[in-house]
Design a protein. Structure first.
Length: 177
């Protein structure tokens, strides 16, 4: 089995392998930004469902709004992937993140001023779905551009999956606070 110190040394060595891709500065910045963005996206998704339920009291309308926000990704996904492969991914990500921020800001202004209506939420949800259709493939493909050492690529992809799944857990619970 080994002594306590040998086990601790092995754990330390293994833990360094887990975050190996974070040695790359650009990937660290991306990792941090994507974590914040993904948590915010999940927070918005839950908040929109609550908002629609408060506005209508209808589970059917919650389903309609979710359909409006998800169908663009289904319809535009193949085309978005082609565009992401042909253009500068960094610029696409900056554009889509800016558009996502403006979409969320518009929604916040409508809600805070008390002028929000169901059609606003559906239209802004559809817009966000269109934005995400381009954003998600760009983010996934951008990892290759940030990690120079091919030995760290598997780790970067694994960390990206961790971000997505952690955001799915943390994002919906944040509005509770």
């Amino acid at each position: 089995m080994g002594s306590k110190w040998e086990i601790q040394a092995k754990l330390t060595a293994n833990s360094k392998l887990i975050v190996r891709a974070l040695r790359h500065r650009n990937y660290r910045l991306f990792f941090t930004g994507q974590t914040i963005s993904m948590i915010g996206t999940w927070m918005q998704d839950i908040a929109i469902n609550w908002l629609i339920y408060e506005l209508t009291g209808s589970p059917l309308m919650i389903g309609m709004v979710n359909f409006c926000s998800k169908i663009p990704g289904f319809m535009l996904g193949p085309f978005a992937g082609l565009i992401v492969d042909r253009f500068n991914r960094r610029r696409i990500i900056i554009f889509t993140q800016t558009m996502s921020m403006l979409q969320a800001l518009t929604m916040a202004i409508l809600v805070l001023t008390g002028r929000v209506e169901v059609w606003h939420v559906m239209a802004l949800g559809t817009l966000l779905g269109c934005i995400q259709a381009f954003d998600l493939p760009a983010r996934h493909a951008f990892i290759v551009d940030m990690v120079d050492d091919r030995d760290d690529m598997n780790n970067a992809i694994a960390l990206n999956s961790i971000i997505i799944n952690t955001a799915r857990l943390v994002g919906p619970s944040v509005p509770e606070f």
